[in-house]
Ligand binder design. Structure first.
Ligand code: SME
Length: 165
C-alpha cells in the first residue's frame, strides 16, 4: 500500500468517531473538515448544502480554511454548481484551464467536488481545493466519496433545518 493511501486510511477512525459524537450536525461536519484539513494538499475543505429540499442553489456550510466569497452558488455555476447539476464527482487537475470556475484564491491549482446523497436525495457536496497541481488521485476520490457517505445524515440534517445531535 502506498504512503498516501496509508495516510488517508489513518484518518478514517477519527472521522468515524466525529460522526458518532453527540453534538449538532454542524459541529460534526466542522470536525470532519478540521480532520481533513490536516491532510497534506487539502488546503481548503468545506461542505455546501442545497438551500432547501429540492432546491437549486448551494449554500456554504462548515468549512476549514480561508473565508470564501462563494457562499451561495447556483446549480451549473463553477465546479460546485456543475457537480450539483450532474450529481457526479468532479476532479479538476488544473483549475487554470477551466472556463466555468469560481476562484477562491490564486493559490488554488486543483479541486475535487464530491456530491453528498442521503438515500437517493442530493443534499450537498464536499469541496476540497489544493495548492498542488493534480492534487487528487483515484485513492483521494474513493476516500472522499466514503467521507461524503458517512457525512450525509448530517448534511441532510442541515438542509432540513434540524441541527439536532
Ligand atoms: N471553486 C469552486 C467555488 C468554491 S470554492 O472553491 C470554496 C467552484 O468553481 O465552484
Amino acid at each position: 500500500m502506498n504512503d498516501r493511501l496509508l495516510l488517508l486510511r489513518g484518518t478514517m477512525p477519527g472521522i468515524g468517531m466525529a460522526v458518532a459524537e453527540a453534538c449538532s450536525h454542524r459541529e460534526r461536519l466542522r470536525r470532519i473538515c478540521s480532520i481533513l484539513s490536516e491532510i497534506p494538499g487539502y488546503d481548503w475543505v468545506g461542505f455546501y448544502t442545497v438551500d432547501r429540499p429540492g432546491g437549486n442553489r448551494l449554500v456554504l456550510g462548515p468549512f476549514s480554511g480561508a473565508p470564501t466569497e462563494h457562499v451561495s452558488i447556483e446549480f451549473g455555476r463553477g465546479i460546485c454548481g456543475r457537480a450539483a447539476e450532474t450529481m457526479q464527482t468532479i476532479m479538476v487537475g488544473d483549475v487554470g484551464a477551466e472556463s466555468n470556475y469560481l476562484s477562491c484564491s490564486p493559490d488554488v491549482r486543483s479541486e475535487i467536488v464530491v456530491p453528498v446523497f442521503f438515500g437517493c436525495e442530493f443534499v450537498g457536496e464536499l469541496d476540497i481545493d489544493s495548492h498542488r497541481p493534480d492534487g487528487f488521485s483515484p485513492d483521494d476520490r474513493r476516500f472522499l466519496e466514503w467521507v461524503a457517505e458517512i457525512a450525509a445524515p448530517s448534511v441532510a440534517g442541515l438542509v432540513r433545518g434540524d441541527d439536532g445531535g
